[in-house]
Write a protein that binds this ligand. Structure first.
Ligand SMILES: [Zn+2]
Ligand SMILES: [Zn+2]
Length: 314
């Protein structure tokens, strides 16, 4: 079996588990109350075969459990709720939709419509990726990960269904492994083609393709740093930096659930404004409380009835 060797990263480990586009779509639906095979089939637009395959995978990694014909979230997948909220926040900010496709988020505890914000647990300031420093953690090493034999569908962006899908663009970007990896490396200041290529076991034409895709999406901006031959640096735009909270929640989840060798986090983050090790929670911007899945109602304009994450199977 072939293996993929990369710098140990909780983001990569998390993406190995749930970073496939269909898995992201299925979990998204589960967070908004989807729980039956038929419901998930209609909402995700997956074929029966693909849906069965991904549901089996998600059960195998203990992110879903099946009980009385319904799929339930688990403690592990509920812990991705912060990630889902930050995905929603990014998409809302950068891809406004028509009123009939819009939705509202309401926090039951304070009764307000809200926006989710990632805040530092120590100083309570919103987390900005530009003010975060990195140092190797106890689990710093290189990961050898078997290349999954699981069939990956190459789902074009246009095929990601729009119905009830509140982070379509993000699923398109993050659901592609190399694209997600390039963004994660850009947070560390990596900007040049050769440096991306040194970190990623990826074919050069694929890397070129992904850099162009991220440039087209407005996540990276290319700037020439050399004239002959012409060479570019790819820097995150503010839209790109706005993805940091999503990745930060994913990293936190990976630290917690994907530390397979038990050595601890591969990387430690320090929050610039307070100087403390960065631990963060997603909070309601109205009352400041941390957000729990069962306290959040999501209401689609055309449906009127609020949906909320289903019961979880402990
Ligand atoms: Zn802080
Ligand atoms: Zn609130």
């Amino acid at each position: 079996m072939s293996v993929l060797v990369t710098r140990a990263s909780s983001i990569n480990r998390a993406l190995d588990e749930i970073g496939d586009r269909w898995c992201l779509l299925i979990l998204q639906e589960a967070f908004w109350g989807g729980s039956t095979f038929g419901g998930l089939l209609a909402a995700t637009g997956a074929s029966r075969g693909v849906l069965s395959d991904r549901l089996k995978w998600l059960r195998g990694i203990d992110c879903l459990r099946q009980r009385h014909g319904r799929y339930r979230l688990t403690r592990k997948s509920l812990d991705l709720y912060d990630t889902a909220l930050m995905a929603v926040a990014w998409e809302r900010c950068h891809y406004p939709v028509a009123p009939q496709q819009d939705f509202t988020l309401r926090h039951r505890r304070c009764g307000q419509r809200f926006s989710p914000v990632l805040a530092c647990e120590a100083c309570e300031l919103p987390v900005d990726g530009r003010a975060v420093a990195y140092e190797p953690g106890p689990g710093a090493a290189r990961d050898e990960r078997p290349v999954k034999t699981r069939r990956r569908s190459s789902l074009p962006a246009s095929a990601v269904p729009a119905a009830r899908n509140v982070y379509r663009q993000l699923v398109t970007l993050v659901g592609d492994r190399w694209t997600a990896n390039v963004i994660a490396l850009a947070f560390h200041g990596i900007a040049r083609f050769d440096d991306f290529h040194r970190e990623l076991p990826v074919a050069t034409n694929t890397l070129t393709d992904r850099l162009r895709l991220l440039e087209d999406a407005g996540v990276l901006a290319a700037q020439a740093y050399q004239r002959r031959p012409r060479r570019f640096e790819y820097r995150l735009t503010s839209k790109g930096w706005d993805l940091f909270p999503f990745f930060q929640t994913l990293l936190h989840w990976g630290d917690r659930w994907c530390d397979l060798n038990g050595k601890g986090p591969p990387m430690l983050l320090r929050h610039g404004p307070c100087g403390e090790r960065l631990r963060s929670r997603v909070r309601c911007d109205q009352c400041g409380d941390p957000l729990e899945a069962h306290d959040v109602e999501l209401t689609f304009a055309e449906e009127r009835e609020p949906t909320t994450a289903g019961d979880y199977a402990s």
